[in-house]
Design a protein around this ligand. Structure first.
Ligand code: EJD
Length: 404
C-alpha cells in the first residue's frame, strides 16, 4: 500500500441513484444529504466519487490537470468504452488539443461578435411575445416561449437549413441523457440515435450552412488554418449539441422564477438593468445543467480521500449552487444577491463558451415580456421533464396580466 493510501480517509458511502426518476424530478433532498455527508462521497452504485459542496466542485472544475475531460464528461469512460459518437473537440478534450477549437468558437460567440444579432433578436422576441399574447393570456410557457424563442433565433444564427429543425430538441435530449448511465431514459431514445446523428452531421457540412452564420465562420477558421478541415464539422456540431436545450431550460428557469416570485418581476420591470443578474440568479437557483463528470488523471487527494487514477468524479453543479456554506439563504431566488461565482456555467477552461448567446436570448425575451406583461403566475402544477443531465421542464402553465 502506498503512503497516501495508508493515510487516506475513507469517504462516506451512499447507495443513492442520482439518475433515478424521483431524484431527477426533485434533486434537492439528495443534494442536501450529499453536501452534509462530507466533502467527498463514494457512490457505490456507480463506483464513482461525488462532490456536492461548492468549494470542492469549484476546485475540481478549476483543476483540469488532475481532473481531465478527455476520457468523457459522462459516466462512460471513453478509454475503456467506445464513445457513442465521435468525441467533442471542446467538451471532451483537454489542453493542448482543446485550445484551438475553443479559441475559434470563443471568437465566434464573443460579445463583440454578437452585437450584430442584438437588434434582430430583440425584434424576434417582441414578435414572438406579441404573437403569443394575441392568442390569449394563458399558455404553456415552456413550449410557446422557452422552446419557441431559441428555435426561432439560434438555428438561423448558426446557419442551418430549414428542414429537420424538429430534430434539434430530441437530439439535445438524447445527447444530455447520454452523459448519465444507460438507464431507461437512454434506452427510450436508442432507436433514434442513428437517424438523429445522421441529421446533425449533415447540418455541419459546409454546403449545408448559410454564408454568414456561426457555422460558416467555423469553416472560415479552417480556411485560415486555425482549425483543420476535419475539425470544422465537429465544432459546428458542438454549437448544435450545446446551444439549444441549455438555453431553452435557462429561459424556462427564468419564467418559473418570475411566475413564483411576482415581486422580483415587478423589480425587474422597474429596473431593466437587472436583467443580466436575474438570468444568472435563475441559472444559479435552478442549475439547468445539473451534473458533469471528470476523470482523475492520477491518484488525487481531496480533503484526505484518495480518488484513484482513472476513476470518475461526479460534480453536482446544482448542489454547489445551493451550498449554504457559500450562499446566504441559497434556496431563495433573490434579485438582490450577487450570483457571480455560481457554477451553473461551469468554471475554468471549459466554462460555457456560449454563455453570451444564452444571456442575449434571455435579455431579449425578458425585455419583450417586461414591456407587455405586468404579472406572471402559474395556473397549475408545472411538470419536470426527466433528463440525466438537464433540469428540464415539460410544461409551465402560465397566466399573464397585461400591462396597461
Ligand atoms: C454542454 C453542458 C459538444 C458539447 C459541448 C457542451 C455541452 C454539450 C455538448 C452544454 C454541456 O461540444 O458537443 S451544457
Amino acid at each position: 500500500m502506498t503512503e497516501a493510501l495508508e493515510r487516506a480517509v475513507m469517504p462516506p458511502v451512499s447507495d443513492a441513484d442520482p439518475f433515478a426518476h424521483e431524484v431527477l424530478l426533485d434533486p434537492e433532498p439528495l443534494h442536501r444529504a450529499l453536501r452534509e455527508a462530507g466533502p467527498v462521497v463514494y457512490l457505490s452504485r456507480y463506483d464513482v466519487h461525488a462532490l456536492a459542496r461548492y468549494e470542492q466542485v469549484r476546485a475540481a472544475l478549476m483543476d483540469w490537470q488532475n481532473f481531465e475531460s478527455g476520457a468523457g464528461v459522462g459516466l462512460a469512460h471513453f478509454r475503456h468504452e467506445e464513445p457513442w459518437r465521435p468525441l467533442s473537440l471542446l467538451l471532451e478534450a483537454d489542453p493542448p488539443r482543446h485550445d484551438a477549437p475553443r479559441r475559434v468558437l470563443r471568437e465566434i460567440v464573443a460579445p463583440r461578435a454578437l452585437r450584430r444579432l442584438r437588434e434582430t433578436w430583440h425584434t424576434a422576441a417582441e414578435e414572438l411575445v406579441d404573437q403569443v399574447l394575441a392568442e390569449g393570456t394563458e399558455f404553456d410557457g415552456c413550449t410557446v416561449l422557452a422552446e419557441a424563442f431559441p428555435l426561432r433565433v439560434f438555428p438561423d444564427a448558426v446557419g442551418i437549413g430549414p428542414d429537420g429543425r424538429e430534430n434539434l430538441l430530441p437530439f439535445g435530449n438524447m445527447n444530455f441523457n447520454a452523459f448519465g448511465p444507460r438507464n431507461d431514459l437512454v434506452k427510450a431514445d436508442a432507436h433514434r440515435v442513428g437517424e438523429l446523428l445522421a441529421w446533425v452531421n449533415a447540418q455541419c457540412a459546409r454546403e449545408a450552412l448559410s454564408e454568414d452564420g456561426f457555422g460558416a465562420q467555423v469553416w472560415a477558421a479552417a480556411d485560415r488554418g486555425d482549425l483543420t478541415y476535419d475539425q470544422a464539422p465537429l465544432v459546428v456540431r458542438s454549437l448544435l449539441a450545446a446551444g439549444v436545450d441549455t438555453t431553452v431550460q435557462g429561459l424556462a428557469a427564468c419564467l418559473y422564477a418570475f411566475a413564483t416570485h411576482p415581486d422580483a418581476w415587478g423589480r425587474l420591470r422597474e429596473r431593466p438593468e437587472l436583467t443580466r443578474a436575474a438570468f444568472d440568479e435563475a441559472v444559479r437557483w435552478q442549475s439547468p445543467v445539473q451534473t458533469f463528470f471528470r476523470t482523475a488523471t492520477t491518484d488525487v487527494t481531496i480533503t484526505g480521500t484518495v480518488v484513484p487514477a482513472g476513476t470518475k468524479i461526479l460534480m453536482f453543479l446544482g448542489a454547489a449552487n445551493r451550498d449554504p456554506a457559500r450562499w446566504t439563504d441559497p434556496d431563495r431566488f433573490d434579485l438582490t444577491r450577487d450570483p457571480s461565482g455560481h457554477v451553473g456555467f461551469g468554471m475554468g477552461i471549459h466554462q460555457c463558451v456560449g454563455q453570451h448567446v444564452a444571456r442575449l436570448e434571455a435579455e431579449a425575451l425578458l425585455a419583450a415580456l417586461a414591456r407587455r406583461v405586468e404579472r406572471i403566475e402559474l395556473t397549475g402544477t408545472p411538470h419536470r421533464h426527466p433528463n440525466n443531465t438537464l433540469r428540464a421542464w415539460s410544461s409551465l402553465p402560465l397566466r399573464v396580466q397585461l400591462a396597461a
